[in-house]
Design a protein around this ligand. Structure first.
Ligand code: F6R
Ligand code: MG
Length: 376
């Protein structure tokens, strides 16, 4: 059995129309490049899909995680797509790819990267999730449910392969630190770190599994910190392996049947429900949203990607879609008031500071009131 690497890399190359979708010409060119990389032996296989204005490459190869040739390939692909996006005058073309030269790892620049090295099992079902108009913390609640909540994952109770639970690695991207939590023993401690959506400060991301035997991997690049301002949300991606001692496909999909509120949506500044979508419906519209998630199911066959199957397009998620739209109605009634809008500290990387500047000098300290006796 040889080690196989799965790399899922996503980036916003330029929107069609506005920030809503990827132009089909970009997907065609990306697919041609992936096919060429397969012919040249760099990749075993590759798939090109999108969610909203983010294109994603799912690739299998034998070069390991953070492999320079694979990251370079993804980077060059995004650069070529950017040139095409510029020719089509697509919206924000090239805005998310920093002008600096490639540093050897795309994760240190704009694109979101989820990668894992695995020993491919005789049958290896896995799901790649991609979301748009939200941030990395969007995966926290689903991952908690999938790997730590027996009300979601019946296998935690009745499958001896996972009865001992999972180890969860949490990234605190603001403090630049990470820690492992062994669940269920450390469950309450884990929840004290991952139970918020704050997109900038104290961001924590889940990446469950033992590093030597990963079962899930999420992207962890925080765009606002790289760019110094919000030029969109981080639009996360993640890979989850399924079945045979791991959560079943249905257990992995189950959290998305109950849309949860995530940070993002319009101008990266609002809370909205994460709406599960078919691949063909993953095009944000209302208030630039609502935030969307798609799920691409694959079977691996000696590294080849058999798929994708559109897992969240199934009718069993229709009610979740309806529920998400009702949640939209409620949240939009809040307009720019919390919790419709994110807390002030979470939107400090948006364009708001430029507006706040105008009020500089208008604010005065509040004088302490002179105590007035109630009776003279
Ligand atoms: C959110 C997003 C959009 C834009 C909005 C304004 O992640 O991408 O909601 O923030 O459309 O975009 P600009 O500033 O490019 O006009
Ligand atoms: Mg996007």
């Amino acid at each position: 059995m040889s080690v196989l690497t799965i790399s899922a890399i996503t980036a916003d190359i330029g929107g069609y129309v506005g920030h809503s979708a990827v132009h089909p010409d970009l997907s065609d060119v990306a697919l041609q490049r992936v096919d060429a990389a397969i012919s040249q032996g760099l990749l075993i296989d590759g798939a090109v899909n999108s969610c909203g204005d983010d294109i994603n490459l799912v690739m299998t190869h034998r070069h390991g995680v953070d492999a320079e040739p694979v990251h370079h390939f993804a980077w060059d692909t995004f650069v070529e797509l950017t040139e095409l996006a510029k020719r089509l005058h697509l919206y924000g073309a090239g805005r998310d790819l920093p002008a600096d030269a490639f540093s050897g790892n795309v994760g240190e620049t704009r694109p979101g990267v989820a990668e894992m090295e695995i020993f491919e099992r005789p049958s290896e079902p896995l799901i790649v999730f991609a979301a748009d108009k939200t941030s990395l913390g969007a995966w926290n609640l689903p991952l908690y449910k999938i790997f730590c909540d027996p009300c979601n994952t019946a296998g935690l109770i009745i499958d001896k392969g996972m009865h001992a639970g999972f180890t969860v690695e949490v990234y605190d991207l603001i403090e630049r630190r990470k820690a492992f939590f062994n669940c269920p023993e450390d469950l309450y401690d884990l929840l004290s770190y991952i139970g918020h959506h704050r997109t900038v400060r104290d961001q924590a991301c889940l990446s469950p599994g033992n590093p030597d035997d990963p079962v899930a991997s999420t992207s962890t690049s925080l765009l606002s910190l790289i760019a110094g301002r919000c030029v969109g949300k981080d639009d996360p991606i993640m890979i989850v392996r399924c079945q045979s001692g791991l959560p079943a496909v249905g257990e992995v999909l189950e959290p998305f049947a109950n849309p949860h509120y995530v940070a993002g949506w319009m101008r990266g500044s609002h809370n909205g429900p994460l709406m599960p979508c078919a691949l063909d419906d993953a095009h944000p519209a209302r208030f630039d949203g609502p935030p969307r998630v798609v799920a691409m199911g694959f079977q691996l066959a000696d590294g080849r990607l058999v798929g994708p199957r559109d897992m969240l397009g199934d009718i069993s998620f229709d009610r979740a879609r309806t529920q998400a739209l009702e949640m939209d109605d409620y949240m939009r009634r809040n307009g720019p008031f919390e919790p419709g809008r994110l807390p002030i500290e979470d939107i400090e990387y948006t364009t708001r500071p430029q507006v706040v500047e105008r009020m500089h000098g208008r604010w005065e300290p509040i004088e302490e009131p002179t105590p007035t006796p109630a009776y003279r």
